[in-house]
Design a protein around this ligand. Structure first.
Ligand SMILES: Nc1nc2c(ncn2[C@@H]2O[C@H](COP(=O)(O)OP(=O)(O)OP(=O)(O)O)[C@@H](O)[C@H]2O)c(=O)[nH]1
Ligand SMILES: [Mg+2]
Length: 348
């Protein structure tokens, strides 16, 4: 697979591994960088905080939208369909005095397939490795059994592992002040939290407040990633996600769950005309579980697939900073959500 240039700063697919929550590099005690007396305007490195914050909550709670709002850039796809996020995604927010690495996770839910079980496992693994947890509870929905289940796990994590947990009332723009207050009271009664903050990821309300509360619970540390890095997602994963986001638009029932996307190859085309700019051929497979679903995704005379391709191509060109020819193929992988071998091939 070839790699690309330009666009927002993203490390290439074959970049050396970045620090992960499993092994965040911490400053060594024997060599702390110290400010020199003749550089008083330099930020004090000992006051710098950095670390990982995991956003969890049930599906559709607004975790990915909040991740993007905190990073100030789209690093995670979002949709109104539950279980949009299928792997942990790291988005990085850097400020002069702090670096907050957001770990966006799949929604925790009662699993009905092997895929569902694996997604839940990924969330639980992520929870163990981070410095602080943000528990997202959407204000437009009452606190329910799904939230109670997650709350019990997080309360335990906070007690036993001493991990700070901040409750975040997401989608505050969707409700009245009175309803928001009721929601905050319900969250308070749900468990023990280090803080409770209402916010709106789409409107940007209180997003900086969420950041500063999470940062306040991080350890003192120099930055873990270079300043300009926004995510450690490789480009091929970002591209597959952008195609899946476009394909999710307008489909319903079981189909959103049945979609999986794999980037097969990215090839730089030989320069056709001088000055035309680089052109990449991106070949992508879109998997569904049944022939009937394939027909829906393709649409009458291929119309739906063309729409998906054109939406995704725009987003991919923006990501890569290059012209793209997107070649989409729809394939059937029968019942892949329940098939361990197929799940492995699709990266789960
Ligand atoms: N009005 C409003 N809508 C929001 C807000 N945050 C998220 N949404 C919408 O809620 C839906 C779900 O948002 P996501 O960010 O994808 O939710 P998620 O928790 O990541 O969902 P999963 O990945 O499926 O677990 C999308 O349609 C978002 O546009 C918000 O602050 N206000
Ligand atoms: Mg998500």
């Amino acid at each position: 697979m070839s790699d690309t240039e330009g666009g927002p700063p993203m490390p290439p697919a074959d970049a050396p591994p970045r620090p992960t929550p499993d092994a965040p590099p911490r400053p060594t005690p024997d060599a702390p960088p110290r400010p020199t007396p003749d550089a008083p305007s330099e930020p004090n490195p000992e006051a710098h905080r950095a670390g990982f914050a995991c956003l969890v909550g049930r599906p559709n709670a607004g975790k990915s939208t909040l991740t993007n709002a905190l990073v100030g850039h789209k690093v995670a796809i979002t949709s109104s369909k539950p279980q949009t996020t299928r792997h942990t995604i790291r988005g990085i927010s850097t400020a002069p005095d702090s670096q907050l690495v957001l770990v966006d996770t799949p929604g925790l839910h009662r699993p009905r397939t092997l895929l569902g079980q694996r997604l839940n496992d990924r969330v639980r693994e992520a929870l163990l490795d981070v410095d602080v947890v943000g528990f997202c509870l959407p204000a437009d929905q009452r606190v329910g059994p799904g939230d109670q289940f997650i709350a019990a796990e997080l309360t335990e994590l906070r007690r036993v592992k001493r991990k700070p947990v901040v409750a975040i009332a997401t989608k505050s723009d969707l409700v009245s002040r009175d309803r928001l207050l009721q929601h905050l009271v319900a969250i308070d009664e749900l468990g023990e939290w280090d803080a409770i903050i209402p916010c709106s990821g789409t409107r940007g309300d209180q997003v900086q407040e969420v950041r500063s509360v999470l940062v306040g619970l991080l350890p003192p540390s120099p930055p873990l990633y270079p300043e300009q890095v926004l995510t450690d997602e490789p480009n091929n994963v970002m591209i597959a996600e952008l195609v899946r986001e476009a394909a999710l638009e307008g489909v319903r029932d079981e189909l959103p769950h049945s979609l999986a996307v794999v980037v097969e190859e990215i090839v730089r085309r030989e320069q056709e005309q001088p000055g035309a700019g680089p052109m990449l051929d991106v070949r992508v497979s879109v998997y569904v579980e049944r022939d009937s679903q394939k027909a829906i995704i393709i649409g009458r005379g291929g119309s739906r697939l063309r729409e998906v391709g054109s939406t995704a191509r725009g987003a991919i060109e923006e990501l890569l900073g290059s012209r793209v020819f997107l070649d989409l193929h729809v394939k059937v992988a029968k019942d892949w959500q329940r098939d361990p071998k197929a799940l492995g091939r699709l990266g789960f």
